[in-house]
Structures are given as C-alpha cells and as structure tokens.
Ligand binder design. Structure first.
Ligand SMILES: Nc1ncnc2c1ncn2[C@@H]1O[C@H](COP(=O)(O)OP(=O)(O)OP(=O)(O)O)[C@@H](O)[C@H]1O
Length: 327
C-alpha cells in the first residue's frame, strides 16, 4: 500500500477540520412499531474521522442507510455541504457521499479493475448511446476512467492484481477493493460500515493506515466499527448509539471513560446483549401464562361449575420486521 500517514494528525496540506460536510439533524427511523433510530444529530467536518459505535442492534447501519438514501428517514433532515440530500442512493453518491457495506458487495466474476470502474459511473458523463456506438467521446472517457481506476488501485496496493477476478482475492484485499470502488465516485465523505470485520490484526492495522491516508486526501470519514482499539486510535470524534439514541459524543478519552459507555459494553444489560430486555419480558410473560394455566387447572380440578380464570396470552410483541435491502 502506498500510504504514508499513520497517525491521527492530518498530513500537511490537508484541509483543517472546520467546514461541516455532513449535517444530520433529528434523524428518526421507524419500522412499524420499532424505532431503530431516534432523533439523532451528527455532524462530520472536513478533515475529520468520526466513529459511530454502539452495541449490536443499536441502529448504526440504519442511520447509515438514512444518510445514503437507502432509507428515507421518518423524521429529520440530512445535509451534505449545506444541501439537503435527495432520497435516492445514486443521487447521494453523485452528490459526494460514498459508502461501503458491512458485507462485501463486489462483483465476484468481474476483475479488480472492472469493479473499480463500476464505481466511476456517477462521474462519467457518457450516456447509453455513446457507450453503444463507442464513439470518440466514449473512448476518451473510458481511458480517463481506467487511468483513475488504476491510480486508485495503486493507492490501495492492488494495481498488480487489476486483472484478477475479485473473487480470487484474499478477504482483506476484497475489503480494500470495496474502499477503492467507493473512492472511484470521488466522494467528499466516505462512510465505512465495519471495514475491519473479519480481519486479522495486520489487516486491521493496514486498514487504519489506509483510512488515515484517505483522510489526508481531503475526504471526511464516518466509520462504524466494533473494534474499540481501532476506533479509539483512528477517530477524532466518536458518537455512541444505544437503542437508537445518541448516548454521548466526544473525543476518544471522553467516550472511553464515560460510565454509560462502559456499561453499554461491559456487562450491564446492554452489553453485547441488547435483546436481553425483550428476552426477559417474554420469559416473564411465559412464566405468568404458565402460572395462570396451573391455577386454572387447579381451579377446574378443585371446583365444579366454576369457570376458570382466563388469562390473556403473553402480551404480543411485534417481531422486528426483517432487514431490508442492505444486507
Ligand atoms: N429494514 C428493517 N426493517 C425492520 N427492522 C429493521 C430494519 N433494519 C433494521 N431493523 C432493526 O433496527 C434495529 C437496528 O438495527 P441496525 O442494523 O441498524 O443496528 P446496528 O447497530 O447496525 O447493529 P449491528 O452492529 O449488529 O450491525 C434492529 O432492531 C433491527 O432489527
């Protein structure tokens, strides 16, 4: 990889943090009765790497989906560089926000280079007819795209594998390729959803360097991660979501030392087990129903002509509907 910066400090020449790139206000996302994200405000400034953490099911990916047009928030507004974002993901990409997904989404039968070229489509002006007729405009644009795609592959250290099928890359390189594809749309803000998931420590370290280098290119970054060491080392600011709400936001030290964050991650009911509350409710309801059944049976057995107590069934809990189209 041809990256140089390995620290939080931006390289000389990088825009200083200041201008707000992303401004999400009061974002709420409901799925039927479930509020996955509730009234979340978040800004990302130029030159910044911001982390979004929280236990499983806290609403992080849903929030990302609200930022990128995959979901239209039930309430709230998302602005990118002062403009309200259109509610369509390809328009959001064209506006300047790119993302990667939790699960790898490469075109496995396409080459490494072709995968990056796919990411350039929002930046090429050549239309369908031009592509079909393969006129001079098309060839020029194609050559330019290939050149840029190769630059990006050079940047992430995969130039020598440009012609390999993406499915033949090792896992860590596939994740890097996803980042290159996202960069191909020339974003001003890059959203990374668990970029180190499944990586070994060396790959994680390399990803950290890569993200610093992307920041040094002038791209602001918002990253979801579960790896605390990675996120605390990487980010200028960290926001913590718990049960859809922003619990706290601050620098790494502030967040790490916050008791509520410690509780959310280290053994209190929320830690790694956000469904515990629901499980406890269901168990209590089942126990109540069983107790009522026993009482019923005893009443029926012990008395004649007396109607048994009717017990409401366990309070119906709407199962959270399945995830939509980002997984
Ligand atoms: N399309 C959907 N329809 C219904 N419920 C959804 C949908 N997407 C997410 N949810 C629910 O919203 C809540 C938040 O999920 P989300 O995936 O955003 O959490 P997360 O913080 O990204 O979790 P993880 O760290 O496990 O990826 C969960 O209860 C989830 O089941």
């Amino acid at each position: 990889m041809t990256t140089h910066t390995t620290t939080k400090d931006a390289a000389p020449g990088t825009p200083t943090p200041g201008d707000t790139v992303l401004d999400a206000r009061g974002v709420t996302m409901r799925f039927g009765g479930l509020t996955a994200v509730r009234d979340v405000d978040l800004t990302v400034n130029s030159g910044e790497i911001v982390g979004l953490i929280g236990p499983n099911g806290a609403g992080k990916t849903t929030f990302f989906n609200c930022l990128t047009g995959l979901y239209i928030p039930t309430e709230g507004e998302v602005r990118y560089k002062d403009r309200v974002l259109p509610p369509k993901s390809f328009k959001v990409t064209a506006a300047g926000i790119a993302r990667t997904f939790q699960n790898i989404r490469l075109f496995s039968n396409m080459t490494v280079l072709e995968n990056v070229l796919v990411g350039r489509h929002t930046r090429t002006k050549e239309g369908l007819w031009s592509a079909l007729l393969r006129g001079p405009g098309f060839h020029k644009a194609e050559a330019k795209s290939r050149e840029r795609a190769m630059e990006l592959l050079e940047f992430i250290g995969l130039a020598d594998k440009a012609e390999h099928l993406s499915r033949n890359l090792p896992y860590g390189e596939q994740r890097k390729l996803e980042i290159a594809r996202a960069l191909a749309s020339e974003p001003g803000l890059l959203l990374l959803d668990e970029p180190t998931a499944g990586m070994n420590p060396q790959e994680t370290r390399a990803t950290e360097e890569l993200i610093f280098a992307i920041r040094d290119m002038g791209i602001a970054i918002l990253v979801i991660e579960h790896d605390m060491r990675f996120i605390m080392n990487l980010c200028d600011r960290v926001a913590v979501l718990v049960q859809g709400q922003k619990l706290i936001e601050g620098d790494a030290a502030t967040v790490q030392n916050d008791e509520r964050v410690i509780a959310a991650y280290l053994g209190e009911p929320l830690a790694d087990d956000p469904g515990a509350e629901e499980v406890a409710e269901v168990e209590a309801a089942e126990a109540a129903a069983a107790a009522a059944d026993t009482a019923d049976a005893e009443t029926t057995a012990g008395t004649t002509g007396t109607t048994g107590t009717t017990t409401d069934p366990a309070p119906g809990k709407d199962a959270a509907p399945g995830k939509e189209n980002d997984r």
